[in-house]
Design a protein around this ligand. Structure first.
Ligand SMILES: Cc1ncc(COP(=O)(O)O)c(C=O)c1O
Length: 439
């Protein structure tokens, strides 16, 4: 293979040994230009009466990533008050955040939440209980609320584990309960000025379109005060060859038309909101690992690399696939799954990590068996680069399992500089909260 650049960020393979030598392996790598470009695509989404884009920061909550995204003009959706506090510490004002969470905290954290809301944090009510817990406070400061509605519709996720609108998923006020919560709010004089639905992390544009129709239907029936309608996240990126990326222009055109029709039917102009995580960061990220062992057996060939499920848990959790590139120690690109079709010259290897788990692999089938990857055969010391790892990798992984330390993260800046954005975890950090007690 004579190619030098690979993957959606056109990553220069000669950088891989340089990064590995400077910061060690494993290491997370991000690409500022890619993130900015995906933000811009989202900001350019067609719309009828205005568009507001929130980045679902659970996808990657690193402060540098948050700064890149918010400097481009995206606001944030936070899934806990810790995420909100973290974004604030990164310099993002609370007025640019919405909280979509499973809990209304109590005690000290409740006080923190109220301070955040007073400072402008938008509260997205996700259950009847949440409404009851927040209502008096909301009334006391005349707070307009958002409501996350559970639409009772399946198929919004790529797997059942990411299908957040189905009957097996508990997120949001269930449609049946909406009239009750609305009646309680009316009694208190509280308004829902925003309606929100997130049907999951999926790939089916038809489901996304159906959600728009359904959601506008219940905005019309139940939410006379709503001025903003959020269609959630779930915009797919093509991590693997053959996958189809969400067509932002066409989805936006559909949404714009429906919101326009809503205006014609009701006289109301709704601002549209979207809340992607994956689309913003997934393909900006790579994990660089080094091959530390190689075993050729009768059943399967194995490459053992110095990072696996503790850095990227999606394959184990969802059966998700990530494209593999093989780079030699001198920076030669041996093979790239993202860019090239499999050829006879390739050999199959199960790629496994260092954790004592048979499921610690970058590719697994639905039963948890390792699926071999077709690659050019590398040597011990060469690099396995895992693509599509910018989202739900470092923010989601069981990172200290087997007491491995969270690796450093590097950002390739717009001017192609390589900057360390997070240090490798110290060994002391693994145990710093443990107490020496006498039993
Ligand atoms: C409430 C909410 N909004 C947005 C997202 C982002 O989804 P995606 O990364 O598929 O765009 C999620 C993901 O879990 C979510 O829970």
């Amino acid at each position: 293979m004579t190619m030098k650049h690979f993957g959606p960020t056109r990553l220069d393979a000669t950088l891989i040994p340089k990064i590995a030598q400077q910061w060690g392996t494993p290491v997370y790598l991000h690409d500022q230009a890619y993130i900015e470009n995906s933000c811009q695509q989202l900001l350019d989404m067609p719309n009828a009466f205005g568009l507001h884009v929130r980045y679902a920061m659970k996808a990657n909550s690193d402060r540098t990533v948050l700064r890149v995204v918010t400097n481009k003009g995206l606001d944030l959706d936070c899934s806990s008050i810790n995420e909100a506090a973290r974004a604030f510490a990164a310099g993002v004002p609370y007025a640019r955040m919405m909280l979509t969470t499973q809990e209304v905290p109590s005690g000290e954290e409740r006080e923190e939440l109220e301070e955040m809301i007073r400072a402008g944090l938008k509260y997205n009510v996700c259950s009847t209980t949440q409404f009851q817990l927040i209502a008096e406070f909301a009334k006391s400061i005349n707070l307009d609320l958002s409501m996350r509605v559970h639409p009772g519709a399946t198929g919004g996720g790529e797997s059942a584990t990411r299908d957040t609108g189905s009957e097996y998923s508990c997120f949001g006020v269930h449609l049946n309960d909406v009239p009750t919560v609305k009646a309680m709010a009316d009694k208190l004089g509280l308004r829902f000025t925003q309606v929100h639905v997130h049907i999951g992390s999926g790939g089916d544009p038809d489901k996304w379109r159906q959600n728009i129709d359904r959601e506008l239907g219940f905005v019309k029936s139940y939410f006379p005060d709503a001025t903003t309608v959020s269609f959630g996240g779930g915009l797919k990126v093509a991590r693997m060859p053959g996958e189809k990326q969400a067509d932002i222009a066409s989805l936006g055109a559909y949404a714009a038309q429906r919101v326009q029709e809503f205006k014609e039917a009701t006289g109301r102009e709704l601002q549209m909101e979207i809340e992607p995580g994956t689309f913003v960061v997934a393909n900006s990220g790579h994990i660089i690992t080094r091959i530390i062992d190689k075993k050729l057996t009768n059943e399967l060939n194995f490459l053992i690399v110095d990072g696996g499920m503790e850095l990227l848990t999606r394959p184990l959790l969802y059966g998700s696939e990530h494209p593999i590139a093989i780079v030699r120690q001198d920076g030669t690109l041996l093979s790239s799954e993202y860019d090239c079709k499999p050829t006879a010259a390739l050999k199959s290897f199960g790629i496994v990590g260092r954790c004592c788990e048979s499921g610690d692999s970058v590719r697994l089938d639905n039963d948890g068996n390792i699926v071999p990857v077709l690659i050019s055969e590398p040597e011990i010391g060469d690099y396995v680069v895992i693509g599509g790892t910018g989202a739900y990798s470092e923010s989601m992984s069981p990172e200290n399992y087997n007491s491995h330390r969270k690796p450093p993260a590097v950002m390739k800046t717009r001017s192609s500089e390589l900057v360390l954005i997070r240090k490798k975890q110290d060994r002391e950090q693994l145990t710093q909260n443990e107490l020496d007690v006498k039993l």
